[in-house]
Write a protein that binds this ligand. Structure first.
Ligand SMILES: NC(=O)c1ccc[n+]([C@@H]2O[C@H](COP(=O)([O-])OP(=O)(O)OC[C@H]3O[C@@H](n4cnc5c(N)ncnc54)[C@H](OP(=O)(O)O)[C@@H]3O)[C@@H](O)[C@H]2O)c1
Length: 220
């Protein structure tokens, strides 16, 4: 049994957040959905609780959620991340932030985009500074794959970060989702992992599937 965390899913009201919340709450973590609007967060949390059959998930503003958590998980559109992180910088100090965001360049979301900062994850670390441990993870697991908690997930989660302890948290949380977390090296490697998401989006379109994924072979 791994450690149980209080997780804040910032921007957890969209496509990606609720599936993560559902699976982590089921695994015994305390989960808070964060939003710009507390009422919206509470509404989404109530929908997740209805699926769980128990009031395990709560909803708050992003600021309150970031304050209350041990570990924050960021799921907002790339274009929105910097402004949001600026407002949360102080409350996240001393914590781990798991960045699920991908640097996408709409409308060409199926083409790999490497921003000047390298990746959304490196950009998050630059904004938050050395007092927050940013880890990149879950970028290659689509919302559709996460939403049915009884459905096993057949993919791996590549975890990039500069602090081993923070990566260990994300690797445990990957296991708690029903996937396998793999240490994929330092945060600078996140650009490749984020780029893989664009490749998977293109594969989903070309092969008409809802959620292609990646798996690493050759590991014990
Ligand atoms: N969807 C997927 O399958 C998937 C898979 C892997 C990675 N990702 C990545 O995960 C991130 C979230 O994806 P998503 O599909 O869940 O996004 P989304 O549904 O479009 O947005 C998520 C939430 O972000 C908040 N938000 C939107 N604009 C904002 C702004 N200007 N400022 C602050 N918050 C804002 C909204 O919450 P409130 O209105 O409640 O504040 C919204 O519900 C993206 O970076 C995406 O690339 C997505």
């Amino acid at each position: 049994m791994g450690q149980k965390y209080t997780l804040a899913i910032l921007g957890g009201t969209g496509n990606e957040g609720p599936g993560l919340a559902l699976r982590w709450a089921k695994a015994g973590h305390t989960v808070i959905i964060g939003s710009r609007e507390a009422e919206k967060a509470q509404r989404v949390a109530a929908g997740i609780n209805a699926k769980l059959g128990a009031p395990l998930v709560s909803g708050m503003t992003n600021l309150e959620a970031a304050q209350a958590c041990d570990v924050a998980v960021l799921t907002v559109p790339y274009a929105a991340q910097n402004a949001l992180l600026e407002t949360l910088k102080d409350v996240l100090r001393g914590k781990t932030l798991i960045n699920v965001n991908v640097a996408l360049n709409p409308p060409k979301v199926a083409q790999v985009y490497i921003p000047p900062e390298g990746s959304a994850s490196e950009q998050a670390q630059a904004i938050l500074g050395p007092d927050v441990d940013v880890v990149a993870a879950f970028q290659n697991v689509g919302a559709h794959t996460l939403e049915d908690a009884d459905h096993p997930i057949e993919c791996d989660v590549l975890v990039c970060g500069d602090k081993k302890a923070a990566k260990a948290i994300a690797i445990q949380l990957a296991g708690d989702l029903g996937t396998r977390g793999i240490d994929a090296g330092p945060l600078v490697n996140a650009k490749v992992v984020e780029g893989l998401t664009s490749i998977l989006i293109g594969i989903n379109i070309r092969y008409k599937v809802p959620g292609s994924g990646i798996r690493i072979t050759g590991l014990p």
